[in-house]
Design a protein around this ligand. Structure first.
Ligand code: PAF
Length: 307
């Protein structure tokens, strides 16, 4: 049902709201240009679709902070490794558009791969240091893929603000660094992690969990929270992280890629609480690789260690 330069994805719902979808850089620039000419500020929420409550919280933040909100939907092939799940990545654009329309987002920018990476496109953005450790170590090339596509989206849409979730904490730091280093005129807004009732951080890849894995998954948040509590109370970060890894394995996780306490800005390892710190972890439950992180609340009392 494509008509003219963009089409409307109609929402099934009592208010029958709809959202315009555009697929080219020229179209998104024209729409954003018209908003600006009318005096509106613009928020961008970059996503890879398969929208859940976590994404919707980013959209709500943008709607609260900017006059107009554009959500991008692009499953970016350059941030998937050769053994990763690009083909299987969940896709349902119609359902995503309906959710966005119901929230009152203004525009969906859903370019194809040819629009984002036309033939001859070779330039990449990399963020050494912050982008090399943790996720960068386990998923080589991942942050170059993320930084490159986000730089392109920021220059295509030219928003005043762009919203990213703290769930992907390292990604947030990498993007903030890139924006600062490249003098991209945008303010990066961080939105807190949205969790299921049992603590599991919402993520598109949670869809890969079997019922038994889903039941075990909240141990990740429980464990990093316990580690954060211990470290805040003065425990040695390395020893406590090793204890946390043991807990995860006992809870049914097959492998722990990392569970570590890092400086909240530089991601350098910390020994003890003192400066702002973060506990970050990535661990495997069956085929699903879950990541999560929490802040170390300095000055908190040391909790007791569960067996
Ligand atoms: O967090 C994501 O969904 C992606 O990494 C992002 C920021 C949309 C870039 O493709």
């Amino acid at each position: 049902m494509i008509s003219g330069a963009w089409y409307k994805a109609t929402v099934a719902g009592p208010d029958d709201r709809s959202i315009d979808t555009v697929r080219t850089v020229a179209e998104v620039r024209a729409r954003v240009g018209a908003w600006r000419a009318a005096g509106d500020t613009v928020g961008l929420v970059p996503t890879m679709g398969a929208l859940h409550e976590g994404h919707l919280s980013l959209v709500r933040l943008s709607l609260a902070r900017a006059g107009r909100t554009c959500v991008s939907l692009f499953v970016n092939p350059t941030q998937f490794g050769p053994d990763e799940d690009l083909r299987a990545y969940p896709r349902d654009e119609a359902a995503d558009a309906a959710r966005l329309a119901a929230l009152g987002a203004d525009l969906l920018f859903a370019p194809g791969t040819g629009e984002m990476y036309p033939p001859g496109d070779v330039t990449e953005v990399s963020v050494p240091g912050l982008g090399d450790c943790l996720e960068g170590e386990h998923r080589p090339g991942f942050f170059t893929g993320v930084a490159t596509v986000v730089a392109k989206l920021l220059m295509q849409v030219r928003p005043d603000i762009a919203v990213f979730g703290e769930k992907d904490y390292q990604q947030l730091l990498v993007i903030k660094r890139m924006v600062k280093d490249l003098d991209i005129p945008v303010r990066i807004e961080a939105a807190p992690t949205v969790r299921e009732a049992d603590g599991l951080a919402m993520a598109s890849r949670n869809a890969y969990l079997s019922a038994a894995e889903r039941a075990a998954a909240p141990a990740l948040f429980r464990t990093i929270s316990a580690v954060a509590g211990q470290v805040a109370g003065g425990a040695d970060a390395g020893e406590t992280a090793a204890w946390g890894e043991g807990l995860l394995l006992k809870a049914g996780f097959a492998r722990v890629d990392y569970l570590t306490v890092r400086d909240a800005e530089t991601l350098e390892p910390v020994d003890r609480a003192g400066r702002p710190a973060r506990v970050l972890a990535a661990a495997w439950l069956g085929e699903a690789r879950l990541i999560d992180n929490v802040a170390v609340q300095a000055g908190a009392r040391k909790g007791h260690r569960p067996a």
